[in-house]
Design a protein around this ligand. Sequence first.
Ligand code: URA
Length: 514
Amino acid sequence: MTVPRAALVTLAADDTDAFWRAAHAFDQRDIPPEAAVFETRDGTADLFGTPTNDANEISGHSTAISFARDYGISDAFLEFANIALLHSEPQRFRLIYRLKRRLRAEPHLLSIASDPDVANARALQRSVRRDMHKMTAFVRFRQIVADGAPLFVAWFEPDHHIVAATAPFFMRRFANMRWSILTPRRSAHWDLEHLVIGDGAARTDAPIGDPIEDVWRTYYANIFNPARLKVQAMRTEMPQKYWRNLPEAELIAPLVQSARRRAQSMIAAPPTVTRRTMPRAHVERELYGSECDTSELEMQKLATPRAAPEATLQALAVEETACRRCPLFAPATQVVPGQGAARARLMFVGEQPGDQEDIAGQPFVGPAGKVFNIALERVGIDRAACFVTNAVKHFKFEPRGKRRLHKKPNTSEIDHCRWWLDSERTLVRPELIIAMGATAAHGILGKTITVSSVRGQIQALNDREHLLVTVHPSYLLRLTDENEKRIQWRAFLADLAAAKTWLDEHSAHADAIS
Ligand code: URA
């Protein structure tokens, strides 16, 4: 009878390179998967292995070979397995080792979804990806001062070993902040130059609260729309275990409890009267209903806007940095939030940031922005008094050599990004929105229209907002016929002038547009 040879390796739970080195060494000794034992330093062992007494310990860093690819593993398997390996399931190492060995004889194995090993590994991969997504969405930094400078510290409890793999996301998104993310098993630190992955920490090592939390709470209360409440979706997206780290979470339960009543009273309510002109008691009755009890009233007072609109737009911009609603966030350098006067009467909506906007993080600063600025100047609109934004907040492009060629966002991307555009509209409350191009019009209306069919007309969207659709400045840049260019440029100026006249005639506020 042949006695199976056995081997043991001890590695850090998230050290995928060490795993591949060990797997390669085991493979060379023809160690069968059932005899391979992968033990992690945090104490979780693959208990079903059969190590010999003289088990062969392979140090995680004993070999100079650093890329698993050097071990003859395909890119597709490596990419997929490296995610699955971060799962906290102790059997994950043996499973991937078994797949590695089987792939030699069954090169198309990964495409057989019904294979139990493939199905198990895919399930691990999906679960790790979900956990990584949650981390990018639910980490909340608290500001402290360390070594005389601001340091942003967050506490997070992931399910899997994802901290090192997810930290580069935070490095890119918060490159200009010094931050630390503390978790029970690992910590990640960014000092503006280096990303360091260290040991775990205790919850008490993280600060408990700071003024930023007020901004999060106010923002959340502002964007909370009871008529759109989907409790199940909220629970799936924001599992309760994360709530205790989210400053806005304390609002969720009371808002959910009172949402139905608020939604019904919103439907039944007469057309809105500007709150500033209503006596305070009347405002409270309008908002909360006369029958609501005191504690609910207190809760909902908490949920009404308290901070300045600038603060809530800032919080919205921070929230946008974690957007994963569509895949456009991944290749883009950064999100480009709307910019401008927080109480602007006039909002401009473009399509999406271009190459230069993606780098600057600001809308309309590239070639189309130059045309836009000249047009505003010609008709006497002060850009600083307006709010300028885009229907889609990430740059969509196609790499072509060193260049990034603009690609039009599709309907699904526009629809996913409406969440942000709607939030900007809710916060700024413009009286007139100028949609520049079909994408912008879709972002506002939620449906596709032809620009030429409505161009230049001012239509009411609701009791406050109005819409004027015109062409996009890039359209003017693309025209090659000089005569057509002149005609379209004049028509664009005429649309902007019509908007200015309309605002002057409907001058409800003294501030805003010059
Ligand atoms: N085009 C747009 O639609 N928006 C920008 O911000 C820049 C170019």
